[in-house]
Write a protein that binds this ligand. Structure first.
Ligand code: NAP
Length: 322
């Protein structure tokens, strides 16, 4: 039987945890690291499970039919598979990419969005700065129903975040590529509707995937359309925001504060001015880490269905980039 490849850039401990759990959940499959495989096994492999892999490590697997990512964000794999498709022989089928969609991940992200929205809404950065100055100054605090939180991206994670914001009483709107109808939410879609959304936002939450269209989308010209003092949370990918423009707008006071969990290059280099900016809160890409237990069960179920029926789960649209 052809083995399943497990291709990763994890620590040894994480790799062992994944392999042990997957092997336990898929007792009839052989799951191997590339370095354990013979050349024949590499050629015979049609399915790979990948954990933030170096895309180059997929190259020797020339007969892959589909790849299951254990991460939700897959922009690196998308561009590697686009390149591979451009160079493969005519008639050869394109590799399909399945990303992780996990209700546990969506709930974890919803918690993070709610936690940091509350942090900004309840003026925590300002109080931390006041404490450092031993200053006792109560600040005005709007009720949640008067705070407009806009979520960019209304997919798996965006909708989960929106639900938790609604439960908490916030005034919520969202923006996506296609039209949406979500109860209690003002939904906007497409670039032409974006200015209308931005004009009244108090807290802007970015949950857009990184694609050719979203890279650098949150630049000075877009961020200037927010009301003065609006705050920003970026939990998707660093490159969606132009960090140089963001720093200028924080310095001018146009943006009140930014919570950043993701960066163009990670870990964030020690020399980055983002670290020490007084109006930036830095998080080390922790807003929604993959839960190995729930994710491994979803991945194993996807593979079991495929082995039994030949059906590949819903795949990433490589043209669209997400
Ligand atoms: P998803 O289900 O694919 O949803 C993406 C949403 O973005 C959709 O609503 C989509 O619109 C919208 N969108 C994409 N391109 C757009 C464009 N050009 N204009 C307007 N809207 C656009 O993705 P997800 O599962 O919610 O994940 C979102 C991102 O979160 C991932 O890509 C990843 O980068 C990030 N993430 C971060 C962490 C972390 O710990 N920081 C963890 C997991 C994931 P349509 O609905 O119309 O298609």
């Amino acid at each position: 039987m052809a083995p399943i490849a497990f291709i990763h850039r994890l620590s040894v401990a994480e790799q062992r945890q994944w392999l042990a759990l997957l092997q336990q959940l898929l007792p009839n499959q052989v799951i191997l690291l590339p370095e354990m495989m013979s050349a024949e096994q590499v050629q015979a492999t049609t399915v790979a499970i990948v954990a933030n892999p170096n895309p180059a490590d997929l190259v020797p697997f020339s007969n892959l039919l589909w790849v299951q990512s254990v991460w939700a964000g897959v922009e690196g794999l998308v561009s590697a598979l686009q390149d591979r498709r451009a160079t493969q022989a005519a008639g050869q089928g394109a590799i399909k990419l399945v990303r992780l969609t996990d209700p546990q991940l969506a709930q974890t992200m919803a918690e993070a969005v709610l936690a940091w929205t509350l942090y900004l809404h309840r003026n925590m950065p300002e109080y931390a700065a006041q404490q450092a100055r031993k200053q006792w100054s109560p600040l005005p605090c709007a009720v949640a129903s008067e705070v407009h939180v806009a979520v960019l991206g209304a997919g798996e994670l965006g909708v989960s975040a929106i639900r938790s914001l609604l439960q908490h009483g916030y005034k919520v709107s969202c923006w996506s590529r296609s039209a949406k109808h979500l109860e209690g939410v003002t939904c906007y879609h497409g670039l032409t509707q974006l200015p209308k959304l931005l004009q009244s936002v108090d807290i802007l939450v970015n949950l857009l995937p990184l694609t050719v269209e979203t890279e650098g989308l949150l630049n000075a010209s877009l961020l200037k359309q927010l009301p003065r003092g609006a705050k920003l949370i970026n939990f998707s990918r660093g490159a969606v925001i132009n960090a140089t423009d963001l720093i200028k707008l924080l310095d001018s006071g146009h943006i009140g504060h930014a919570v950043l969990d993701v960066f163009t290059s990670e870990p964030l280099v020690a020399t980055s001015p983002l670290w020490t900016h007084p109006k930036i809160s830095i998080l080390p890409h922790i807003s929604a880490p993959t839960n190995v237990d729930s994710a491994a069960r979803i991945v194993a179920a996807n593979i079991a269905v495929y082995q039994n029926t030949g059906v590949i789960p819903p795949t990433v649209n490589l043209e669209r980039g997400y």
